[in-house]
Design a protein around this ligand. Structure first.
Ligand code: ZN
Length: 165
């Protein structure tokens, strides 16, 4: 689908600027345009388009450093914690990964979501074993209160994006 005002009608309807502030850090149009620049971004847009996910863009300064949150179909993106438009788009990719695969509340889920963010940086649908190992270490440090895997470990067998190239 070509970029422009007619593209992604579902995304445009359900990506909402929540706060009534004089100036928004990033508009939905800017975030959509950023997502269109990578394959993982375009897949994310398709998933928002096809699903009932609602993406709320929140400009209010947060007490935590969280960049996003997801609960059921509701996704919140905390723009004040995203220093660049790239990070804003990566937060949408991250939270949509939680939503789309119904994964969360464990370190393995976070590692999958951060891998999808890295796919945006790499502009590739794969990451290397070295990058995966690095993400796993970061996640284990950042989420010491979570176990490696919660729920059904079969869920994680569908992910096959580690390539040494
Ligand atoms: Zn997460």
């Amino acid at each position: 689908m070509p970029a422009g005002t007619t593209a992604w009608p579902g995304v445009r309807k359900r990506m909402i600027l929540r706060d009534d502030v004089p100036e928004h850090r990033y508009t939905p149009e800017q975030t959509i345009a950023e997502l269109e620049t990578s394959e993982i971004g375009r897949i994310t847009l398709e998933r928002i388009e096809e699903s009932k996910a609602v993406v709320e863009i929140i400009d209010e300064v947060q007490s935590s450093t969280d960049r996003g949150a997801q609960s059921g179909k509701e996704i919140q993106i905390f723009s004040a914690n995203n220093k660049k438009l790239l990070h804003e788009a990566q937060s949408v990719i991250h939270e949509m990964t939680h939503y789309w695969y119904h994964i969360g509340e464990c370190q393995h889920a976070e590692a999958i979501c951060y891998s999808m963010e890295l796919m945006r940086s790499r502009k590739k649908m794969t990451i290397t074993q070295e990058e995966w190992d690095m993400i796993v270490n970061i996640v284990k440090d950042a989420y010491p209160n979570l176990s490696w895997e919660g729920g059904n470990s079969e869920t994680y067998k569908q992910f096959d994006f580690i390539r040494n190239t």
